[in-house]
Design a protein around this ligand. Structure first.
Ligand code: PAF
Length: 290
């Protein structure tokens, strides 16, 4: 496995490759990342993984400095997965002195994570756009856990005519339902026990939907009620939104919806989501209000 740190070395290696799958990461890899890598292996000739904790997607008060990092462990894992190349640039390589160009995706970034973390998607879109132009992948792989991020990246790729396909892979969960995330490493033992409440809240609303409930306010209340039973959980937002516009819904129509939430468990901010698939919810659906 080759490990390169410069843009020139990355470009040179790319020239010898065929159909490339890129898995962009911020390192501290977990099983969710490995699922993306395995999917990329199944669909592409070479797999490139980028490891870069992107400073522009962290606000000054956020956890950029303390974000978990372990490059040696990451490289061992990536080698054991048969990854062809790791692109691990320094911050000064991606953002040299005088850097002043950013990608703003409008329309899908002012709700949910975008509202809670102003500037976050500007940083994500900028770094992902740069990674796409540097690595020039045929396909890029992202997890459904960061649902809004996948909508933003898909829109950026469409709007800027970037020549690649975005592949979104299912969320990988621990046995108790907690979505895998590098930030789970922040949880102490008590918080870790409390953290699956996000998934329990999402699945409670999903069950209600599958049983026929279509009122988005009722689904939100159900999620809030489940969260309220866990004293360590402080919800930041609980949402039932349109899958494409990410605007809050009053009623879940035929096209389904995205159930999502951000919740602090102790000091750690966790996010999770489930897509409501209208095609799975047949019998018992209530008629929409007039
Ligand atoms: O999802 C992440 O880990 C990051 O937002 C990404 C896509 C690697 C960009 O820094």
């Amino acid at each position: 496995m080759e490990v390169v740190e410069t843009i020139e070395a990355m470009r040179q290696a790319r020239r010898a490759f065929g159909r490339v799958g890129l898995v962009p990461t911020m390192g501290f890899l977990h099983t969710g990342h490995l699922a993306l890598i395995r999917r990329a292996h199944a669909e592409c000739e070479q797999v490139v993984v980028s490891v870069f904790v992107n400073p522009t997607q962290f606000a000054p008060h956020e956890d950029f400095e303390s974000y978990p990092r372990n490059m040696d462990r990451d490289l061992a894992l990536l080698a054991s997965e048969g990854v062809d190349l790791v692109f691990a640039p320094a911050s000064s390589t991606m953002y040299p002195a005088g850097y002043n160009t950013f990608v703003d995706v409008y329309g899908v970034t002012d709700t949910l994570e975008g509202a809670a973390r102003p500037g976050f998607f500007r940083g994500v879109a900028t770094v992902v756009c740069k990674l796409f132009t540097i690595v020039q992948p045929d396909r890029a792989y992202f997890g459904q856990k960061d649902a809004q991020q996948t909508v933003v990246i898909r829109k950026m790729v469409r709007d800027l005519n970037l020549p690649l396909e975005v592949v979104v892979c299912p969320t990988v969960r621990e046995a108790d339902g907690l979505a895998m995330s590098s930030r789970n490493a922040y949880l102490n033992a008590t918080e870790r026990q409390a953290a699956p409440v996000l998934y329990r809240a999402l699945t409670a609303a999903q069950q209600q939907y599958l049983a026929g409930e279509r009122d988005a306010g009722t689904l939100r209340d159900t999620m809030q009620q489940v969260l309220a039973h866990e004293p360590l959980a402080q919800p930041e937002y609980v949402s039932v939104a349109d899958l494409h516009t990410l605007q809050e819904l009053a009623w879940v129509g035929d096209s389904g919806a995205l159930l999502s939430m951000a919740v602090r468990v102790g000091p750690t901010r966790l996010i999770d989501n489930i897509m409501l698939d209208a095609s799975r919810a047949g019998a018992g659906s209530r008629a929409s209000p007039r």
